[in-house]
Design a protein around this ligand. Structure first.
Ligand SMILES: *Cc1c(COP(=O)(O)O)cnc(C)c1O
Length: 353
């Protein structure tokens, strides 16, 4: 008898990250900053300090304390994950059953739909407004009418770069019976977090990550912050040793380097502003057919009439960005990288005139 894949797996298509060798990578919203020599020395020490023959602390208590210390929350309500991607998968597994309905927004992070598919849930979606804000009443209505069990979205949003004010998010959480999973992966670049209010709701889980502002994507560290009942539930379904000892040690170290982290955030916002101004200048110089959204993240989102051709031209020149329909999403890089991507786009647009 031949082995056959089940139906749900046949419906999935694997995540398609951009591979290949590019001199300039502005495709994954990573930080362009790498630790200096002094910090690298400390990182090495932290890595070597792991007890390699032992399983790591299942609750990553010291790491969670360092995270809680940075954000000013109680560490008992913080759970560490092997990237926030893992937390999304674990939360969906824990809080959803086959046939439940999930609600997300369009456009938003593609992994939400992917993970809801694995748990065999129907994923509904509310289309955002033209300016990428969203209609809170419409979301509340759609969620309640369809008895949605879980609502998940990013704020500020990947890929649109647009943030939503805390007041609107509060209204949404209060208006629905569903669990709201608020993905604040880019909130370090903005100032509308609900992280300090996690205990005010019985239906809120906040997700954070060290992969973006803090430049530690390689460690795979993500965090959930939620009230006691939700934290207990999340901890009871995660795999016991999900965060390895090396990542726990280095993560704890990095989260204690508050000045370094604040400096990183400042530099990245400066770089993002420079990239945004550069894009706005292109818009002015070349007239219609280009539009960049005002960003609240570490990347910009630009509509181009010729998005495909510009994407290919950049790629040919060793620069990789993300392409979504008529939009390009470009991560803020070093001065050199920003300069390069802007000048290559300009070069292309000139050649077309
Ligand atoms: C990058 C990203 C993540 C993934 O973060 P990891 O901690 O690296 O898994 C989650 N959500 C959004 C919206 C992201 O853009």
């Amino acid at each position: 008898m031949a082995f056959e894949l089940n139906e749900k797996i046949l419906k999935l298509s694997p995540y398609d990250p951009i591979c290949g060798d590019y001199a300039i990578r502005l495709d994954a919203n990573e930080s362009y900053i790498t630790p200096n020599e002094e910090l690298t020395g400390k990182i090495k020490e932290a890595a070597v300090g792991a007890a390699f023959n032992r399983y790591p602390d299942p609750l990553a208590a010291e790491l969670c304390r360092a995270f809680a210390g940075f954000y000013g929350v109680d560490y008992n309500f913080v759970t560490a994950f092997n990237g926030s991607d893992e937390s999304i998968s674990v939360i969906m597994n824990a809080f959803l059953q086959k046939g439940d309905r999930v609600l997300t927004l369009t456009p938003d992070f593609s992994m939400y739909k992917f993970y809801s598919g694995i748990v065999e849930c129907e994923c509904l979606s509310v289309e955002k407004n033209k300016d990428f804000t969203f209609d809170t009443d419409k979301i509340i209505k759609t969620a309640n009418e369809n008895k949605v069990r879980l609502i998940i979205f990013s704020n500020p949003c990947n890929p649109t770069s647009v943030g939503c004010k805390a007041e609107e998010i509060r209204r949404l959480i209060n208006g629905v019976g569903a669990l709201v999973v608020l993905d604040e992966a880019y909130m370090d670049f903005w100032n509308e977090s609900l992280i300090k209010e996690f205990n005010d709701y019985d239906n809120l889980i906040i997700l954070r990550t060290l992969s973006k502002a803090f430049g530690m994507a390689a460690l795979r560290l993500g965090f959930c912050v939620a009230n006691q009942a939700l934290t207990n539930a999340v901890r009871s379904v995660k795999s016991p040793y999900n965060v390895n000892a090396v990542s726990q040690n280095i993560g704890k170290l990095i989260l204690s380097e508050k000045d370094y982290l604040k400096d990183c955030i400042e530099k990245i916002i400066k770089s993002r502003n420079a990239l945004y101004s550069g894009m706005k200048k292109l818009e002015k110089d070349f007239g219609g057919g280009i539009y960049t959204v005002a960003p609240d993240t570490n990347f910009v989102y630009t509509e181009f009439d010729k998005s495909c051709r510009i994407f290919e031209y950049l790629k040919k020149n060793g620069i990789i960005v993300r392409h979504f329909g008529s939009y390009l999403r470009i991560t803020a890089g070093s001065d050199y990288e920003n300069g390069k991507v802007l000048s290559k786009i300009r070069e292309y647009l000139k050649s077309e005139v």
